[in-house]
Design a protein around this ligand. Structure first.
Ligand code: IPD
Ligand code: CA
Ligand code: CA
Length: 259
């Protein structure tokens, strides 16, 4: 790993922890104005905004020439070096006091994710990876599960609001028909962390945005898993379908897709 990538990975890791801790603190101190509804079942909290601002400030302080795409503020420019940030992935869980939410930070260069970090404060899990450098969970090397038996396999299914309930029910049916079990946890980053850490064999969601998934996709690959391929530029602007697996069951998990 070059010195500059090591520096960016270190920075992303320390920012993610600081950001996650800020979110925890703000949730502990919340008042009645904390969460606002953006649209049906879609919320933004004061912490989503404050955490994204903190992440932006820390990145800009060290690397002012890099651009930043964040869920809450978007991007003022897209340059060759870009950080893609979801300050809180799983806001609904976070604001209800459920534990499945995470901060997600990816650093990308020349249309590739170079390093990625996910921090899930409520389960004290910091997972990160850099291209070719493997993945670590709380500083220890981490690997996807080696399960290759359908009847032992657990698949995490995200439900995208951009697809109807019928599609989601079809996903569930497809998983059960293959003899696997499923869970929905409400956070893409948390789900990708779970696959990389060997806690689930796969994850599928019909549509995600780049900030939900870019860090996690690299982390799953570096933990020995497989993900779907995508065109970086299109995914950055439009998002897309996500399939991530422990690699042994990839071909089967691919088949549950409805898009
Ligand atoms: C959402 C979560 C959820 C996924 C949605 C995302 P947010 O992110 O990742 O699991 O199903 O598609 O938008 O809004 O909590 O940052
Ligand atoms: Ca998200
Ligand atoms: Ca978010």
């Amino acid at each position: 790993m070059s010195d500059i990538i090591a520096k960016k990975l270190d920075l992303a890791r320390s920012i993610a922890v600081e950001a996650g801790n800020l979110a925890v603190k703000m949730r502990n101190e919340k008042d009645s104005t904390f969460a606002q509804r953006k649209s049906h079942q879609d919320f933004v909290t004061a912490a989503d905004l404050a955490v994204e601002q903190l992440i932006r400030d820390r990145i800009t302080d060290q690397f002012p020439e890099d651009s930043i795409l964040g869920e809450e503020q978007g991007a003022s420019e897209i340059s060759d070096s870009i950080w893609v940030v979801d300050p809180i992935d799983g806001t609904t869980n976070y604001m209800h006091g459920l534990t499945e939410w995470a901060v997600s930070i990816a650093y990308c260069h020349a249309d590739k994710v170079v390093c990625g970090v996910i921090y899930a404060p409520d389960i004290s899990s910091l997972i990160s990876a850099s291209t070719g450098g493997g993945a670590t969970l709380n500083d220890k090397p981490v690997h996807v599960s080696n399960c290759s038996t359908l009847e032992n396999a657990l698949v995490l299914l995200g439900r995208s609001a951009r697809h109807g309930a019928k599609d989601y029910l079809q996903n569930i049916q497809n998983v059960l028909d293959k003899g696997m079990e499923y869970r929905r946890n409400g956070s893409a980053a948390y789900s990708l962390l779970s696959v990389a850490a060997g806690r689930a064999e796969g994850y599928y969601e019909a549509h995600l945005n780049s900030w939900d998934a870019l860090a996690g996709l690299l982390i799953v690959s570096e933990a020995g898993g497989m993900t779907n391929t995508y065109c970086f530029k299109d995914f950055l602007s439009e998002g897309g379908c996500i399939i991530a697996s422990n690699s042994r069951l990839h071909d089967i998990i691919k088949k549950i897709s409805i898009v």
